[in-house]
Design a protein around this ligand. Structure first.
Ligand SMILES: CNc1ncnc2c1ncn2[C@@H]1O[C@H](COP(=O)(O)OP(=O)(O)OP(=O)(O)O)[C@@H](O)[C@H]1O
Length: 175
């Protein structure tokens, strides 16, 4: 116990669902942080941008689709051994979009059935919170990773009735 966090960096993550066919759109990340893993679409905020604006922009840039609905469903706070900066990932759920998912320089999109999500090729936290996400439950998670980003050393995940605008660092469970 005792994960030290000095500051946090907001990021977005959008998961697009085809509820009728029980499928989720993921992308194989081709470069940068988390490369060679399947994930939702997202990234950093640009100066002056809100979290929701960044969520829409990153989905358009990385998957070439435009979300019609965008619901904030949770926040995950990620920390890594020997790194005082936490990643605050705002997770969104979208069930309607315009356009056709298209491969970009950053991502190769692919649909997966809810019961065939490729967790072995994803971040280790995903298999823990996806079940809540798929049920539409709001959640807050904290995941402390090993320095090599492969293993979760400590974690806390809980359902909440409402998702706050940001993760209150003074309320961390792994502090
Ligand atoms: C540690 N466990 C994790 N589990 C699940 N998802 C995680 C994650 N850690 C980061 N993520 C997501 O990974 C993307 C990184 O994005 P990232 O490439 O850094 O951002 P962005 O596209 O702005 O950067 P560049 O343009 O490449 O610099 C972004 O969606 C972010 O939410």
């Amino acid at each position: 116990m005792g994960v030290i966090v000095e500051k946090k960096k907001p990021l977005t993550l959008v998961l697009t669902l085809d509820e009728k066919n029980q499928k989720i759109l993921l992308g194989m990340k081709k470069r940068g942080f988390g490369s060679n893993k399947f994930n939702g679409f997202g990234g950093k905020l640009e100066p002056g941008e809100t979290v929701i604006q960044a969520a829409h922009r990153e989905l358009e840039e990385e998957a070439m689709i435009r979300a019609v609905d965008m619901d904030k469903i949770g926040i995950n706070l990620f920390t890594f051994e020997n790194d005082p900066v936490a990643l605050e990932v705002h997770v969104f759920r979208s069930t309607q979009f315009q356009g056709t998912p298209t491969e970009t320089e950053e991502m190769r999109p692919e649909w997966f059935s809810y019961d065939m999500i490729p967790f072995d090729s994803m971040w280790a936290d995903d298999r823990l919170w996806f079940p809540l996400f798929l049920k539409g439950q709001h959640f807050l998670g904290e995941f402390h990773f090993s320095e090599d980003q492969k293993r979760i050393l400590e974690q806390d995940l809980r359902s909440v009735s409402q998702v706050p605008d940001e993760y209150d660092l003074s309320q961390r469970k792994l502090a």
